[in-house]
Design a binder for this molecule. Structure first.
Ligand SMILES: CC(C)(COP(=O)(O)OP(=O)(O)OC[C@H]1O[C@@H](n2cnc3c(N)ncnc32)[C@H](O)[C@@H]1OP(=O)(O)O)[C@@H](O)C(=O)NCCC(=O)NCCS
Length: 418
């Protein structure tokens, strides 16, 4: 099949069909408006491909997720987050020499300009960490030239410093500076949890698990925040301003904010006597705005491969740390009840990445307010890879159309006559 035919008004229009390397089929409508005056209408873009991309492949029906052709399961078991960053941004896994130079670059650029520390003083104590993150990242664009080649590395190296400083500010502890002798994840944990008054040793199991979680979050093709990055980046905006908009998009509860919402929901269910049935019934009730947070996905319709890996990681981590978490039991029971329920089966609603990630973060001692920040830290290489790809492909300015449904032309009425 190389073309599709559209019949509109009294004519037919042959539209070319593009087939991807995994045989995904897209009807190319680039010529549609010019030839017919019509546009397509697809609120929420569920059927719209906005670009050609060689970064991430998802088969939502089969539960497949691959970065640059590598299965997520393979990368989660064998690669490090730093290797995955390199892979997403540069297209290939790094050689030993490339990896070593990438790591040293990531260590060399972790410091923030000292003046930026003053910004933290201006935020109120209860500021949302995602809002602080977005504002701090946007402010990086006031320090560096827009076209500086080092900006990708700067962004990757500094986000964890910005994130850890936000946390320290929120709990009133002194900032802990980055350390070049630690690896990426150790350095982040150190900046988060060390205090000047005592030694802090990074737990190997926590380091390993966080590394894997960051890999699982690293890219997810044209999701809301990545599409935002491509949209804003298409205007020619600089990297830092663009990434800050991705962070804002990720903050919402229907996107990255879901991991925090899941924990609030599990806590509420526990406080209410762990009555799973009641909450499943609420989620099914159309007149009730409540949804089972961490359930359902725009793309995955059988299972989310990341959720499986995270569920196993949660079990492993709690066992190795010799801890229990009552919220994990609630989560497992809720999943069981929901998966047996006709409503969820019919709509193909399964736990997504966020359903168990909060449990893992809690076990690591990370506060709920930082969960979405960790998502941003993981998603950053994906955003950068898409920004880079979009620029290299010279994508057009993103500018969707609309079908106007407002008033037709009418004369201005002076205020005295309204
Ligand atoms: C992720 C999400 C926004 C995807 O939404 P979507 O693809 O637009 O799907 P829709 O909102 O059209 O939902 C389809 C149907 O399933 C229902 N549904 C979807 N997610 C649901 C949930 N978590 N709980 C209860 N019902 C849900 C909708 O009410 C709708 O039912 P209807 O057909 O009777 O109207 C949605 O599933 C959701 O809100 N999930 C909870 C938030 C979450 O976990 N987000 C993280 C995503 S990684």
């Amino acid at each position: 099949m190389t073309q599709a035919t559209l019949s509109l008004h009294d004519g037919d229009l042959a539209l070319p069909v593009r087939t991807g390397t995994e045989q995904e089929v897209g009807i190319d409508i680039t010529m549609l408006r010019g030839s017919t005056g019509a546009i397509t209408l697809d609120p929420g873009y569920g059927n719209t491909g906005s670009c050609l991309s060689a970064i991430t492949y998802i088969d939502g029906e089969a539960g497949v997720l691959r970065y640059r052709g590598y299965a997520i399961e393979d990368l989660a078991s064998h690669a490090s987050f730093v290797e995955v960053m390199y892979l997403l941004i540069h297209g290939e896994l790094p050689s030993a020499a490339q990896l070593s130079s990438f790591k040293s670059q990531l260590s060399l650029h972790t410091l923030l300009h000292e003046d930026m520390k003053k910004f933290y003083e201006g935020f109120p104590p209860r500021a949302q960490p995602m809002s602080v993150l977005s504002a701090m990242v946007a402010s990086l664009s006031t320090y560096y030239d827009a076209e500086d080649d080092l900006n990708f590395v700067r962004m990757l190296a500094k986000l964890k410093t910005i994130a850890a400083f936000s946390y320290k500010k929120s709990i009133g502890q002194p900032f802990i500076y980055p350390r070049n002798d630690l690896d990426f994840v150790e350095d982040f944990l150190h900046m988060m949890f060390a205090v000047p008054s005592e030694r802090y040793e990074v737990s190997p199991v926590v380091r390993r698990t966080l590394d894997m979680l960051l890999i699982l979050h690293a890219d997810h093709e044209q999701n809301c925040s990545t599409s935002t990055v491509r949209m804003v980046g298409s205007s020619g905006a600089d990297l830092f301003s663009t990434i800050s908009t991705g962070i804002s998009a990720l903050s919402g509860p229907l996107h990255g904010g879901a991991n925090t919402a899941v924990i609030s929901m599990l806590r509420a269910i526990r406080a209410d006597g762990a009555d799973y049935g009641k909450y499943v019934a609420k989620a099914k009730d159309r007149s009730d705005p409540f949804r089972l947070m961490g359930f359902g996905h725009r793309v995955y319709k059988n299972f989310d491969p990341r959720a499986r890996l995270i569920k196993a990681a949660a079990d492993r981590l709690l066992e190795e740390l010799d801890r229990t978490d009552p919220l994990l039991d609630i989560a497992k029971n809720l999943e069981r009840v929901a998966l047996e329920d006709e409503y969820f089966i019919k709509r193909r609603l399964y736990p997504n990445l966020d359903f168990y990630s909060g449990i893992v973060y809690r076990a690591m001692g990370l506060p709920t307010s930082m969960f979405t920040v960790l998502f941003a830290l993981g998603r950053l290489p994906g955003w950068i890879a898409h920004y880079k790809e979009m620029r290299e492909n010279r994508d057009r300015l993103h500018r969707p159309r609309q079908i106007y449904v407002g008033s037709t032309l009418r004369p201005y009425v002076p205020v005295s006559h309204r």
